[in-house]
Design a binder for this molecule. Structure first.
Ligand SMILES: *[C@@H]1O[C@H](CO)[C@@H](O)[C@H](O)[C@H]1NC(C)=O
Ligand SMILES: *[C@@H]1O[C@H](CO)[C@@H](O)[C@H](O)[C@H]1NC(C)=O
Ligand SMILES: *[C@@H]1O[C@H](CO)[C@@H](O)[C@H](O)[C@H]1NC(C)=O
Ligand SMILES: *[C@@H]1O[C@H](CO)[C@@H](O)[C@H](O)[C@H]1NC(C)=O
Ligand SMILES: *[C@@H]1O[C@H](CO)[C@@H](O)[C@H](O)[C@H]1NC(C)=O
Length: 396
C-alpha cells in the first residue's frame, strides 16, 4: 500500500505542476525555483528509480541508436512543448540541443551511451529516464563447420567480424536432404554447436545458415558443403624426437594420433612431418602413409632441429594444423659442454612443454595432396579456424 503522506505529496505536486504548465500556457512567466544541488537531485533520481521498481512506466527504457545517426530522446509522454532539463549520467549536458522537451543528439558515437534523465523544468522532478545504447547493426557473421571426430559428428561455430557494442542473438539452422538437423549448443564455447552425422556417405550437401539479430538490424551467412570436405583432424599429440646413439645424422620421431579421432582402424590417418635445423629457414617434408613414427636420416650433426607433424584422413578432408613443435639435436661424439644449468644433462633432447604453439601455416594442399578435391567451402572453413576469436565478444 502506498504511503498516505507520499500520495498526498504526489497529488499536491501534480496539482502544482498542472498549475505551472497552465500558467506557462497562458503566457505568464513562471519563475523556476532555484536549481537543487547536484547531490539533491541525484538522491531524488535514485529515490525515483527505486519507486519506479513498482511502476514499469518509470523504468528507464532502453533506446538503441546506430553510430553516426542523429538521436532524438523523448521525455517520456511529457508534452512536446513542456520545459524540461536533461542530464546524462547525473551531470549537466553542455549546450543541449532541444526541440521542445526532446533532446537532440547529432552524429552519436559510443561515448554518447549513458543514462539520460529529463526533469520538469522548474521543480527538478524526474520525468523520464532513457538508457541510450549506441551501437551498430551486425555485419555478416563468419561461419565455419568442421569435423575433427569423423564419423561421429561435426560442429559449426560463428562470430562477428566486428563488434556491435549491443546484445546480439544468433540462430543457426542446419539442413540436410531437406530435413532440419538439431544443432546441440555446446556449453563452451558459446558460439558453437554440434551435429551428429545421421547418415554417413551421403551425397547431399549440408546447408548451414546463421542469422544474427540485434536491436539495430539483422544479417546472415549461409554455407553449404559435402560431408567429407569439412573433415579436419586435430593435430597429432605427444610428438617426441630423440637422438639415435652413435648416429650423428639421425633423429627418431614418434607421435600419437589425435585423441579426438574416434576410429582410426576404420578411418585411418596419414601424416605429414616437417623439420628443419633452427639455423635454416627451409623446411624438409615427409609424407607418411602409415605408422606413427619416422626416423630422420639426413639431419646435420650437432644442430638443433624443430619438428612438427600434421594428420589427415586417408581419403577425405584436409590436413590438421601442425602439432606443437618439438626440438631435438642429433647425437654427437664429443659431448657438448653447455654452461646453462638446465642443459647440463648429457642428453640434448628437449621437448617443449608449452602449449602455445608457434603459429605455422598448415601444409599447403598443393604440396601434400595434389589429388584431393578441395571445394571452396573447405577453403572457407580454414579461415575462421585461424581467426579463432575470443568467445566473449560474440554474445555481448
Ligand atoms: C521538432 O519537433 C517537431 C514536432 O515533433 C518536429 O516537427 C520538428 O521537425 C522537430 N525539429 C527538429 C529540428 O528536429
Ligand atoms: C563523440 O562525439 C562527441 C560529441 O560530438 C565528440 O566530442 C567526441 O570526440 C566523439 N568521440 C569519438 C570517439 O569520436
Ligand atoms: C555515461 O557513463 C558510461 C559508463 O560509465 C560511459 O561509458 C558513457 O560514456 C557516459 N556517457 C556520457 C555521455 O558521458
Ligand atoms: C550485412 O553485412 C555486410 C558486411 O558484412 C554488409 O555489407 C551488409 O550491408 C549487411 N546487411 C544488412 C542487411 O545489414
Ligand atoms: C531460428 O530459425 C528457425 C528457422 O528459420 C526458426 O524456425 C526458429 O524459430 C528460429 N529460432 C529463434 C529462437 O529465433
Amino acid at each position: 500500500m502506498a504511503n498516505p503522506v507520499t500520495s498526498a505529496c504526489c497529488v499536491i505536486l501534480a496539482a502544482m505542476m498542472m498549475m505551472m504548465v497552465s500558467a506557462q500556457r497562458r503566457g505568464q512567466e513562471v519563475k523556476p525555483k532555484s536549481r537543487p544541488l547536484l547531490t539533491d537531485y541525484l538522491f531524488q533520481e535514485r529515490l525515483q528509480s527505486q519507486r519506479a521498481g513498482r511502476s514499469s512506466q518509470r523504468e528507464p527504457h532502453i533506446q538503441y541508436e546506430q553510430t553516426g545517426s542523429d538521436a532524438i530522446l523523448r521525455c517520456g509522454t511529457v508534452d512536446q512543448d513542456a520545459a524540461v532539463t536533461w542530464t546524462v549520467n547525473g551531470t549537466d549536458i553542455e549546450n543541449p540541443h532541444l526541440n521542445g522537451s526532446s533532446l537532440l543528439l547529432h552524429n552519436v558515437n559510443l561515448s554518447h551511451s549513458g543514462y539520460y534523465s529529463c526533469f520538469e523544468g522548474s521543480s527538478w522532478k524526474l520525468w523520464h529516464q532513457t538508457n541510450l545504447r549506441v551501437g551498430n547493426p551486425p555485419r555478416e557473421p563468419v561461419l565455419m563447420c568442421r569435423s575433427n571426430n569423423y564419423p561421429a559428428s561435426f560442429y559449426c561455430s560463428w562470430h562477428l567480424p566486428f563488434p556491435t557494442f549491443i546484445p546480439n542473438t544468433f540462430n543457426i539452422t542446419v539442413i540436410h536432404d531437406s530435413k532440419q538437423l538439431y544443432c546441440e549448443k555446446d556449453p563452451f564455447p558459446k558460439n558453437r554447436c554440434h551435429i551428429k552425422y545421421s547418415r554417413l556417405f551421403s551425397t547431399q550437401k549440408y546447408q548451414v545458415t546463421v542469422v544474427v539479430t540485434n536491436a539495430l538490424g539483422k544479417n546472415s551467412t549461409s554455407i553449404s558443403f559435402d560431408e567429407f570436405s569439412i573433415v579436419k583432424p586435430d593435430p597429432p599429440e605427444n610428438v617426441v624426437a630423440k637422438p639415435v646413439h652413435n648416429n650423428p645424422r639421425r633423429l627418431e620421431v614418434t607421435w600419437q594420433i589425435p585423441s579426438t579421432w574416434p576410429d582410426a582402424d576404420s578411418f585411418p590417418l596419414k601424416f605429414f612431418l616437417r623439420y628443419r635445423p633452427l639455423i635454416l629457414d627451409q623446411w624438409q617434408h615427409v609424407e607418411l602413409s602409415e605408422g606413427t613414427s619416422h626416423t630422420i636420416t639426413d639431419a646435420y650433426a650437432g644442430k638443433e632441429y624443430i619438428i612438427q607433424v600434421a594428420a589427415k584422413d586417408y581419403e577425405i578432408g584436409t590436413w590438421s594444423d601442425w602439432s606443437v613443435a618439438t626440438y631435438a639435436t642429433p647425437w654427437t661424439e664429443e659431448p657438448k659442454y653447455i654452461t646453462t644449468e638446465s642443459q647440463k644433462t648429457e642428453t640434448t633432447t628437449r621437448i617443449t612443454t608449452t602449449t602455445t604453439t608457434t603459429y605455422v601455416v598448415p601444409p599447403s594442399t598443393k604440396v601434400c595432396e595434389p589429388e584431393s578435391v578441395i571445394g571452396s567451402t573447405v577453403r572457407l572453413s580454414w579461415l575462421p579456424a585461424l581467426l579463432l576469436a575470443p568467445v566473449g565478444i560474440l554474445i555481448m
